[in-house]
Structures are given as C-alpha cells and as structure tokens.
Design a protein around this ligand. Sequence first.
Ligand code: BGC
Length: 337
Amino acid sequence: MRRAKTWLTILLIACACMLASCQSVRKEEEKNSLRIGISLYRGDDTFINNLCSILEEKAKEYERENGIKVTLDIQDAKGSQNTQNNQVERFIALECDVLCINLVDRMDASVIIDRAMTAGVPVVFFNRQPVEEDMERWNQLYYVGVDAKETAVLQGQMVVDLYKEHPEAIDRNGDGVVSYVMLEGETSHQDSLIRTEWSVQTLKDGGVPIEKITGGIANWERSQASALMEQWLSEYPDTIELVISNNDDMALGAIDALERAQVSGVNIVGIDGTIPGLEALENGSLLGTVSANKEIYASAIVELAASCVLGETMPEEYPLIDGNYYWASQEILIHEN
Ligand code: BGC
C-alpha cells in the first residue's frame, strides 16, 4: 500500500514536470512571434500619421534583426475615447501580447488600464501622456514621448540665436519690439501649455524684446490655424512679425492664410518636423522647427513593446527614466538662408 502511494506520488510529480515543460515549450514558441495592438487618437493627425509609418518600418526592421515575427494591428480611434476603449477590448480578445496606445483623452486612461491589468497585457502609451496617478497603477505601463519643456526651450532658443545674429531679420519693422502671435494646440494636451509657456519664457530670458499681439487655440489643426491667422491679419494689419506655433501643422495653416492675404515677411516657427513641415522649411515659408528624432521615437516604442513581452531588459541605447518613461531626442532645424 505504502509502495503504491510512493509510485503514485512519483507519477504525479512526473506529470507535473511534463506539463510544466510543455508550457515552457509553448512559451518558447510564443517568443517567436509578437502581436501588437496599436490605437491612434486620430489617424489623420499629420505628426501621428508620420510617426506611425515609421513605426511600421521599425517593426519590420525588428522582425528582420531578431527573427521574431511582428504583427501590428493598427486602429484609428477617430477622436473617441469610447471607440478606443472598444478597440482595446478587441485587441485583448485577439490575444495581443502588448498594446501601444496613443490616448484620445490623456486624463481618461483608467478603462484601458483596468482591461490591460486584468488580462496581464503590458501597455506602452505614446505622445499623449497619461497622468502620473494612472501610470503608477501598474509596473507594466510605459510612456514614450518628447520632453515638452525641452521642445519649447529649443523653439525659443532658435529665435533668440537668430535675433542675436540678425536682429533686423526678426524685428522686421525695426521698432525695437518683436510683435508675435501664438498658435496653441489642444488645451488638454500636456504639450500645449508647456510649449506656449516655455518658448515665450526662453525668448524673454534670451533678451528678445517681445510683445504679444494675440493668440488662440487651433487644436493642432491646419485649417483652424489658418482661420485664426486670417482673422488676425485683418484685425492687426501690418503688425505681426512672428508666428510661434505649438506644431508644424498650425504653422502651415498660418502660412496658408498669409499666402491668401498676399502678405510676406512674417517669420513662422513650428514644432515636429513633419513631412509637410520639412517641405515648408525647404522652400523657406517656415523659418524653423524643432524636430523629434522620429526614427528613435518609433524604435523605442517597438523595442519597449517587445522587451516587456519577452521579459528582456531594454537595449542600452534606450535608457528608461524613472523606470517607465522614454524621452526621444529633438533638434532645431532652420531654413538655410
Ligand atoms: C504634436 C502635434 C500632434 C499632437 C497629437 C503633439 O506632440 O506636436 O503635432 O498633433 O502631439 O497628440
């Protein structure tokens, strides 16, 4: 009887070992492929659209270099948090290994985090930063973006340097004051407020004598910025010398309005280095922009997504700050002449 019991125990242990090894083989198999669910706040946002194309290239590159099949499921939330929450639900049902989320409402990440935590699926947020309280809920939540203050200081510094070298090129009417208008992004976006505040502060600190004529919110959009600029040009004729824009698309909207009104000689600075932004820089209608290194930005998202699924540490070239944040580098780009 005792011997039978011993055999039974041995048999049970052997079964348990076999089961564990089967599971680990299955895990090994899973490691050869990676399914990433990506949801964009708006697929028609120029910056997000540009970044997403590079993200697709980087996923292919990762696949080639690491021999791990990467499948991307990219969805457009079209500005609805509810739609995005449903997309996340579907990603989880489809057994995505990791989610990359460009939040619609950065203050409203809780539903997504709840679902992800319950399913044990890590989340890499990007570009629209969840509030700290949400980020602290789980150690499998990450954020990839650019530092908004750094962007703004670079934008301000670009004008300070140009003013120091050629004051007449910035103070166009030579009255000793640079009169500017400000185009701002969405009020709820972490970048808008900080960019507005710090680009102006940098201009002041750098000794540029500035005076604000007016400013307005154009929600990152070219058409909204164009309408605002058209209005300002008629309200303040021959006054605006500089347009400071929170992004390239709104800067392009201001350029559209200037072209329509056949006004020249106004300097415009943007942020992003989008494809149309760089074209405007090339033809001189945009004086300068601050461009995030989008190659690194997109690679960091892919590397981070892969490493948290595969249980690996992030490659050294992508240092995480405070454990869960990666900040992509940025540079000033100025029109050559
Ligand atoms: C970019 C904007 C973009 C926005 C979307 C910002 O960081 O500068 O161009 O529209 O993100 O969230």
